[in-house]
Design a binder for this molecule. Structure first.
Ligand code: PBE
Length: 300
């Protein structure tokens, strides 16, 4: 029920968002050194992407199509390669266009902005869902309850991510967050049966957001007495693993839009435990020193 309500409010949000963004074309005609006309050339008509299984890659392929960006290429890579390229460009104030998402530490490390998306290709705000394999509730009820009750905010996730990016070891950043947020952890663990060394397999993709969330949940489960095995995989295998039962759960379902294909593909083969974080966003992101505001500006 909770899920339906969220989806409905999201749909309303999308409609309003689209209505508010219509017809933005006053940018034509400016001609400074960094006019929109030079943007494509300045970045070699490249958008720096991440791993090919990410939903944002598919959305960006659609954006290229829908905005008529014929000469443009989306470069495949990884989350880490993308942030490395961003840092390199940023340090020299060079232009760069990346596939970006929120929550992510890059917004606190650099001054960045989303390019407006008047066609709404990237959708509006969405949520991150916890996804369990069928039968987890019967086999590991404590784990199921914990995952069902796991819920935090973009700021919570952000603080873990920022710490890790600043060089704190992942385990330390996670332990610190858990120590500083006993009330939240108590809500997640309320009524949860402790483990006795039972193995729990969690899959995740090496997106900074999911590295943070999965490590936090893994640590809480470990502290409860479970033996957690985290496997880092691509987005496809993450969803497949839960659907075929080789993995117990993942907490990285960006819904309803970004991972819509996976949800459709494995419909009926997993249990959606609902949102664990609300208010995410994906899109094309550039440093604020770039003189463009909209994906439309890439066409010029
Ligand atoms: N992301 C981060 C993922 C989901 C989490 C936005 C890169 C994706 O595009 O699939």
């Amino acid at each position: 029920m909770f899920k339906k309500a969220l989806t409905a409010s999201l749909a309303i949000g999308l409609t309003i968002g689209l209505a508010a963004c219509g017809g933005d074309s006053e940018k034509t005609g400016t001609s400074t050194d960094s006019t929109p006309a030079s943007v494509g050339k300045s970045v070699d008509y490249k958008i720096v992407g991440i791993d090919p299984g990410a939903g944002i890659m598919k959305a960006t392929a659609s954006a290229i199509e829908e905005y008529g960006l014929k000469d443009w290429t989306l470069i495949e890579g990884s989350g880490a390669a993308m942030t490395a390229a961003l840092k390199k460009a940023y340090d020299k104030e060079k232009p760069i266009i990346i596939t970006g998402w929120t929550p992510h530490w890059k917004f606190s490390a650099f001054d960045l902005k989303y390019l407006e998306d008047p066609k709404g290709v990237y959708g509006g705000e969405e949520n991150i869902h916890s996804i369990a394999r069928l039968g987890l509730k019967e086999d590991l009820p404590g784990v199921h309850t914990l995952l069902d009750q796991f819920h935090w905010t973009a700021d919570d996730m952000g603080s873990v991510m920022v710490d890790i990016n600043k060089g704190t070891k992942t385990e330390e950043a996670v332990a610190k967050w858990i120590e500083e947020n006993p009330d939240k952890v108590a809500e997640w663990t309320e009524g949860v049966q402790e483990g006795d060394g039972e193995e729990v397999k969690l899959a995740y993709v090496a997106w900074d957001s999911e590295i943070a969330s999965t490590n936090v949940v893994a640590k809480v489960l470990t502290d409860l007495g479970y033996k957690v095995k985290m496997s880092q995989v691509e987005a496809g295998p993450m969803w497949t693993g839960v659907a075929d039962g080789s993995v117990d759960a993942h907490i990285a379902g960006w819904l309803p839009i970004t991972h819509a294909d996976y949800v459709e593909k494995y419909d009926g083969k997993f249990e959606d435990l609902g949102a664990n974080l609300e208010g995410t966003k994906i899109g094309l992101v550039v440093p604020t020193y770039m003189d463009i505001d909209s994906i439309e500006d890439l066409k010029e």
